[in-house]
Each structure stands twice: as C-alpha cells, then as structure tokens.
Design a protein around this ligand. Structure first.
Ligand SMILES: C[S@@+](CC[C@H](N)C(=O)[O-])C[C@H]1O[C@@H](n2cnc3c(N)ncnc32)[C@H](O)[C@@H]1O
Length: 262
C-alpha cells in the first residue's frame, strides 16, 4: 500500500502509529519477552474510559480526545459515544486520522534496522462507526470557544508534553456536563524539553524541601470542581525500532464532574 507516512520525514508519526495500531505485530513478534499488556495501551485506556462513563448517569454522549495524535483512542471511543472529537496540533497526525476515517486502514512503518522499514497496516475495526469521529487541528491551550461540552474528556499522555499543563487542567471542568467524566493519563516525565520549569506541575522540591508530584497537583486542581473516582496504572511500549522498545507506565486518574460542583 502506498503511503505518505513512510520514511524518516514523518518524525514521531510512525512511533505513535506503532503504539496506536502496531501492537498486534509486535505482540506476535515479542510475545516470549514482553507481556501483551504493553502493546494494548490504546485499547485499555479507551475501555477504562467507556467503563467509567457507564458507571455515571450522564446524558451527554459526546467525547473529546485532547492530544489525540494518530487517533487510536478517538476511534475506540466511537464504540460508545455518538460524537467523538480528536484534537491535536500536528497536521500530519490528523492527516493519518482523516485517512483512517475515510478508508478504515492505512500503511504505517516501523524502523527495522537503519534505513530498512517494515510495513504495518493500521486498521479500524469494522464494528466502529468512523463517521462519529472528527478531527480538529489546534492548540489545547486555546480551545475553540464553540467546541461545546462533553460527557467524557480524555487527556492521554498529553500533560507532560505541553507548555502549560496547569492551564489545560483548569479548563477541563468547564468542558464537562454534569456527571461527565475525565480520564487523565500521564507518565509524569516533567521535562524542560516540553515544559518550562516554572510551569512544571510536579517533579521538583518546593521551597520547604517537600517533593511536589504531578499526581498530587492534578488532584489539588481538579478536586475543587470534580470528584475523584479511581486511579490505575496502564503500561505502553514506545516503539523506536523493532528491537528498541521503551517501557512506560502511565498513571491514570478518573474524575467525575459532580452536579453540585457545577
Ligand atoms: C505523547 S502524544 C500522546 C498521544 C495520545 N493521546 C496517546 O495517549 O497515545 C502527545 C500528543 O499531544 C499533541 N500535542 C502536544 N502539544 C499540543 C498542543 N499544545 N495542542 C494540541 N496537541 C498537542 C502532540 O502532537 C501529540 O500528538
């Protein structure tokens, strides 16, 4: 299958596409060494979001996937939600999302060795109504004012790679309807490569010498207007090359917007 996504000019696209759609290939190849869970991040996070939504009484069946990247979670959420918006600032990721929406499949590539690449087919299950999904290009620090409200907002592995995670966290309650849920996942890297140190939400000692952790800061910010439901750890394998996998474990927090806290 011809595709514009092959080769090195696509930056991180193929690494992310590997996480979102290449799991079954690597799982088959490395099942002797790597537990299958590491290749099911997108499925596990989406299922947790759907299961959490099933436990609340919320009539809003719209979902928002902030920092949707190549769209794996957005498409999976369409198994439950009538309308799902994937939002990201990278045109090339959304181009792949649109190709997948249109055709249900696309070629992605994984570096095999040096210049050699292996082709994998990214595929959206036929059971998913892809027409429920749409993709918007933009900056999460300045969401469109007409984006509306949602029953579910997913913020997966985004907070650690944006300029101002605190600002984005503070917009979440306003995006949710009563009883709507928010699922926040992060490996909590806290790195100046992405976030200026003055905007870190964790990973440093405060002036009293106490450790400040992102996990706690998220709770402090959201608990004003939302109710904490549960936390879980979900692993994912970042695929740099076929034989070069980096293990990560995201901490996932599930929150509900309580009616009385509107
Ligand atoms: C680490 S990836 C995570 C992707 C996906 N949510 C997941 O869990 O696999 C972070 C994504 O956030 C997007 N992103 C980073 N900064 C952004 C911003 N300011 N506005 C919108 N998207 C952003 C990146 O383009 C990338 O697709």
């Amino acid at each position: 299958m011809d595709s514009m996504y092959a080769k090195k000019d696509t930056g991180w696209l193929n690494h992310y596409a590997g996480i979102h759609y290449g799991g079954r290939y690597l799982q088959t190849r490395w099942n002797k060494f790597v537990p299958a869970e590491n290749f099911k991040y997108v499925e596990n996070l989406s299922q947790l979001s759907i299961d959490s939504f099933d436990q609340v009484e919320c009539s809003n069946k719209r979902a928002l996937d902030l920092g949707c990247c190549v769209g794996g979670i957005t498409f999976n959420l369409a198994a439950k939600f009538n309308e799902v918006i994937g939002f990201d600032c990278e045109k090339i990721y959304l181009k792949l999302c649109d190709e997948l929406k249109e055709n249900g499949k696309a070629s992605i590539y994984s570096c095999e060795e040096g210049d050699l690449e292996s082709e994998m087919i990214a595929e959206i299950s036929d059971s998913i109504d892809r027409s429920r999904c749409s993709f918007i290009l933009g900056d999460v620090h300045a969401l469109p004012s007409d984006i509306g409200t949602f029953g579910c907002v997913v913020v997966s592995n985004l907070l650690h790679c944006i300029k101002n995670p605190m600002k984005v966290l503070k917009t979440i309650p306003g995006l949710l309807d009563e009883n709507g849920i928010c699922v926040i996942a992060s490996p909590h890297y806290s790195s100046e490569n992405f976030t200026p140190k003055e905007n870190w939400i964790g990973g440093y000692s405060n002036k009293d010498g106490q450790a400040v952790k992102a996990s706690t800061t998220i709770k402090e910010i959201l608990s004003d207007q939302m109710e904490f439901i549960q936390t879980e750890d979900i692993p994912f394998a970042m695929q740099y090359r076929i034989r070069d996998l980096e293990m990560n474990i995201s901490e996932v927090q599930v929150w509900k917007k309580s009616p009385k806290m509107k």
